[in-house]
Structure formats: structure tokens, C-alpha cells
Design a protein around this ligand. Structure first.
Ligand SMILES: O=C(O)CCC(=O)C(=O)O
Length: 341
């Protein structure tokens, strides 16, 4: 259960770090799961439903940027979706009714893990209210030099910044143009087994991992059950409701006066992928194509999100990005939420 001071800090700053939420045994099991994913990466040569690869990846020398929806593929990651330490904290922030969205494992490997440009997750998936957050599970100790996430305190109460470039959604902001004081950025550090919670509107990013240590962060996206996605959801209502992880669903969206910029039109790269997949025009919101159906309970969560698709499409852009603590150029479809968002 969160202390009042922790709830106040989250409401004031837009993020929180909670220590020792996972036991050493749970962390060890997750690391074994990551090792198994990495062994699987030796069989792939290009991005697929599971792997988002670094540009320098080869089967002989696997370099994985991200594992997509690991909760669908490994029971230990699946169990985290409903972990009492996670759901308890979110209930303290939002109340009892909570819906899962999707997960990803950002590898940010020692020596070459790419930075994530400044962004707000909200830019990728606006809802009727902003009781949404990403929960990060630290599989390794997170320190400033191995690419811990960086947050701008209080930015969740500000505007939704422009994540477009040349008229198309690019998934990243230009912090200088947005008047963001990067000297205020706070690194979310902690020991393996800690969790982070960041508000969907908080401006954040992360630097490259130039240390010799891994920085693997498992991210799970959640929303209050009465926050309804403005761009709709994939699949049927029954499938959407199967993503409830606590409390009860509702068909009465809670509307609050939140600032919104739709992630439209999508970047060319996303548009091409979406059009091919769905035979659609660019009026179609960018959505992750549906992946294979899942069977056991632990695998049943997660429809994916536009942000994830956007991130996959942005591999070359991300590789080109510089340290987000400096002034970043924007690249088409950056690595926020799917990565970023
Ligand atoms: O993995 C990271 O460093 C950042 C992830 C992120 O920004 C996001 O998921 O929105």
C-alpha cells in the first residue's frame, strides 16, 4: 500500500519509484526468461512479432532493442501483469477498477543500448481521462550511466507537446522548442526488483547505455477502467474487457478536460505498414496489427498499441538519436512509448 507521501509525490511530480517490490527470486526468474529470449534471437534476422532488433544485430551476435509483449510468451512476465505490488499501487492512485494495455521489455544493452527521445506517452494513446501510467520493473539496477529513464517533474500537469514533424506524427518532441528545462530532469534510479510508475503525460526519455552494465526494464501499461481510448481499441468488447486486472469494467467513460493532440496522420513508415496490413488509408489510426491469440490466463492480456508499432518502425531513427539530455533532433517516429509508447 502506498503511503500518503508517495501518492502526493506522484500527483506532484508525475512519477514514483518503489523499492523491493519483487523478491530476488522473482528477479532471477525474469533474468532467466530474458536469457531464453536472447537465445531465440539467434534464429532471427529481422524484426518480428517478438523481437525489435538493434541495427547491428546478426544471428551470430544478437543485439535486441526490445522484446514485444513478453507477458504473452513467458509465464514469469505474465504473472507480473497482476502482481499485487503493482496492482495495489495503481489502486491506491486511481481506485479499484484497472485495465491492462500491453507490455514490452526494453533491453538497453550494455555498451550500445539506444537512447529514447523525449516524449509523452499520452501523445500515442489519448483517452477520455488521463488516469493512465506505465509501470517499469527493473530487471537490473538502474543508474544514470546505464540509461535509467529521465523524467521532467510536474510536466504531467502541462500541455501535450507537439509530437509531429513535417505534418506527421513522429512520436518525439523537440524539448527546446517546447520550452522544457532539461536541467530539471530526474533519473529514476533503483535496485533490481524496484518498480517505477510514470504518469501518461509526464515528459520523459532516456540516454544511451554507455556503461558496461545491462539496463533491462520491463514496462507494463495500465489505465483506469473508465479511461476510454479516443482512437478506439482493436478486437471485440469482450476481448477488451478480458484485459481488466482489477475491479469491474464500465461503458460509462469518465470525461475530464485533458489536452489532446491526435497521433495523426501517422508517420510514413507506420502508414505503409498499416496500409499493407489493413488495406487502409491514412485516415486509419496507427495500430499494432493483432498478434496471435493467446490461451492461458497469464498470456491473455495485451492488445498492443500504436506506440509499439510506431517504435518498431523507428529502428533507424532511434539509432541516430543523440543523448536526450542534450538538444535532440526529431526523427520520424521516435522511440517513445513503444519503445516508447
Ligand atoms: O526504456 C526506456 O528507457 C524508456 C521507455 C519509455 O520511455 C517508454 O516506454 O515510454
Amino acid at each position: 500500500m502506498l503511503a500518503k507521501s508517495q501518492i502526493d509525490a506522484y500527483n506532484r511530480d508525475g512519477y514514483l519509484v518503489l523499492e523491493n517490490v519483487l523478491s530476488p527470486a522473482e528477479v532471477a526468474r525474469l533474468r532467466a526468461g530474458v536469457d531464453a529470449f536472447m537465445a531465440g534471437a539467434r534464429k532471427v534476422t529481422t524484426h518480428d512479432d517478438i523481437y525489435d532488433l538493434e541495427n547491428s544485430h546478426t544471428p551470430e551476435n544478437p543485439r535486441v532493442r526490445r522484446i514485444k509483449t513478453p507477458h504473452r510468451h513467458d509465464e514469469a512476465f505474465g504473472r507480473l501483469v497482476t502482481h499485487p505490488g503493482v496492482i495495489g499501487a495503481l489502486s491506491d492512485l486511481w481506485g479499484p477498477d484497472i485495465r491492462f494495455d500491453y507490455s514490452k521489455l526494453n533491453m538497453k544493452s550494455a555498451g550500445f543500448g539506444a537512447p529514447v527521445q523525449w516524449h509523452q506517452d499520452w501523445a500515442f494513446y489519448p483517452h477520455t481521462n488521463d488516469d493512465l501510467a506505465a509501470v517499469g520493473v527493473m530487471i537490473d539496477d538502474c543508474e544514470p550511466d546505464n540509461g535509467s529513464m529521465l523524467m521532467i517533474p510536474g510536466s504531467h500537469k502541462g500541455p501535450i507537446h507537439d509530437h509531429h514533424e513535417n505534418g506527421r506524427f513522429c512520436g518525439a518532441i523537440d524539448p527546446r522548442q517546447c520550452g522544457i528545462d532539461l536541467s530539471k530532469a530526474v533519473p529514476l534510479t533503483g535496485k533490481a526488483g524496484s518498480i517505477t510508475i510514470h504518469h501518461v503525460r509526464t515528459v520523459h526519455g532516456s540516454a544511451a547505455n554507455e556503461s558496461g552494465r545491462e539496463r533491462r526494464l520491463f514496462l507494463m501499461m495500465y489505465r483506469a477502467a473508465d479511461a476510454w481510448p479516443l482512437l478506439g481499441f482493436p478486437g471485440t468488447l469482450a476481448e477488451y474487457d478480458s484485459m481488466m486486472v482489477a475491479g469491474k469494467t464500465s461503458v460509462e467513460p469518465r470525461m475530464t478536460p485533458v489536452p489532446v493532440r491526435l497521433p495523426l496522420p501517422p508517420a510514413d513508415s507506420v502508414l505503409r505498414a498499416t496500409s499493407v496490413a489493413r488495406g487502409s488509408s491514412d485516415a486509419t489510426p496507427p495500430r499494432k496489427p493483432r498478434t496471435k491469440p493467446c490461451s492461458p490466463g497469464w498470456a491473455a492480456f495485451g492488445s498492443g498499441s500504436s506506440a509499439e508499432q510506431a517504435g518498431s518502425a523507428s529502428a533507424s531513427s532511434r539509432a541516430a538519436a543523440r543523448d536526450p539530455r542534450g538538444a535532440l533532433p526529431r526523427h520520424p517516429v521516435a522511440t517513445g512509448c513503444d519503445t516508447a509508447a
